[in-house]
Design a binder for this molecule. Structure first.
Ligand code: 5GP
Ligand code: MN
Length: 342
């Protein structure tokens, strides 16, 4: 089916005002997932549709100003409401992820979902979905969602609240337009959003200028005391323990972006942050240029993602995770890194 046909079928389905809709981001939602959820729910509001936002965990504070995000129902404290809405819903919208496996504790329930699924995403290897909008070339899910809305309903339906949310996703997923943003189309979308009333200063203020002192100190601690650079490989590693997180009063989202910082060093081509969380250790991978860190995340760390930004997780002690990363670096750098730096 062509994208045009998929849009037509989706519009027909949304013509039914009794349809109940569930919007779901991936586990540990980031700015792109939150921006897309906010924009899509605001669109459904404008269309007079009944939607709810369900998340397996929580949206971090720095994203809760986005319209509708603070109305999300978390499976962690309101599991009954999530289950009930999913029983009643006829359409499930999975945003910024392309497999139900990225829905954490909601996965066992969404796997049993019998209605239709709308996927809007930009990761490789999508699985299933009745209406699938998936494109790895776009900067972000929000950029793709903009195109979908504009094609299906016309730009005029995008009011400033929707425009702000879409821009929040584009800005955060590209590191303020530093990566994943070499296509002219991304800038045309941003120009359109500005013309539609997007408030760039306001969005930047919320996203980048309201962090706590302890968050900034945690970043400093990571760079000064935790980051190591391997001698054999152009690889930076930042391991962070739970104790350290507690010491710096960690809140979800506080480590967002830290893994990118070592890439500022000329010799470093790959940066990995390994963070000890409650039941698992979380891996964040970043790379420069053509280096496909998603293949490393997939093969050894139960994860995946984009070529230059990937993640994974293991239920092993932190020091064993660091060791596994170091051991598997030999395989990764010999198989997938041609750059002779380092
Ligand atoms: P982050 O390092 O910001 O948590 O994640 C970067 C990217 O890696 C995300 O946008 C997502 O595409 C991917 N990713 C992170 N964690 C996982 C995971 O556990 N599994 C998979 N498949 N992808 C992940
Ligand atoms: Mn994204």
């Amino acid at each position: 089916m062509t994208a045009k046909e998929t849009i037509q079928r989706l519009k027909q389905r949304l013509a039914d005002p009794s349809l109940k809709i569930a919007i779901i981001p991936h586990i540990s939602p980031d700015g792109d997932a939150a921006g897309a959820c906010s924009a899509l729910w605001q669109l459904f509001d404008a269309l007079g549709m009944q939607a709810r936002l369900l998340s397996c965990d929580y949206f971090p504070d720095y994203l809760r100003w986005l319209p509708r995000v603070s109305d999300a129902i978390s499976f962690q404290n309101r599991p009954g409401e999530c289950k009930e809405w999913l029983r009643e819903a006829g359409l499930l919208c999975m945003l910024d992820h392309n497999t139900l496996a990225r829905e954490g504790d909601l996965e066992p329930i969404t796997r049993k979902f019998r209605g239709e699924i709308l996927m809007i995403d930009h990761h490789p290897d999508p699985e299933g979905a009745t209406y699938r909008f998936s494109d790895t070339r776009v900067s972000s899910t929000c950029e793709l969602l903009y195109t979908l809305i504009a094609k299906a309903w016309g730009k005029a339906i995008i009011h400033p609240g929707i425009a702000n949310a879409l821009y929040a996703g584009i800005s955060t997923d590209t590191g303020c337009l530093s990566h994943n943003s070499s296509r002219p189309r991304t800038y045309r979308v941003i120009a359109d959003l500005l013309a539609l009333g997007m408030q760039k200063e306001r969005v930047h203020d919320h996203l980048y200028q309201r962090c706590s002192l302890s968050r900034l100190r945690l970043e400093g601690h990571c760079l000064l005391n935790k980051m190591t650079i391997e001698e054999e490989y152009p690889l930076a590693i930042i391991p962070v323990t739970r104790q350290e997180l507690e010491k710096f009063d960690f809140k979800d989202g506080d480590l967002e972006g830290v893994v990118n910082m070592p890439l500022a060093i000329e010799r470093v081509l790959v940066s990995v942050q390994i963070t000890e969380r409650k039941e698992r250790v979380k891996f964040s991978f970043r790379s420069k240029g053509e280096i496909p860190v998603n293949l490393w995340a997939k093969r050894y760390f139960g994860g995946g993602g984009h070529r230059n930004a990937a993640g994974g997780q293991l239920a092993l002690p932190l020091d064993e995770c660091v060791q596994l990363l170091r051991e598997s670096a030999a395989w990764f750098f010999s198989e997938h890194v041609n750059d002779t730096r380092g």
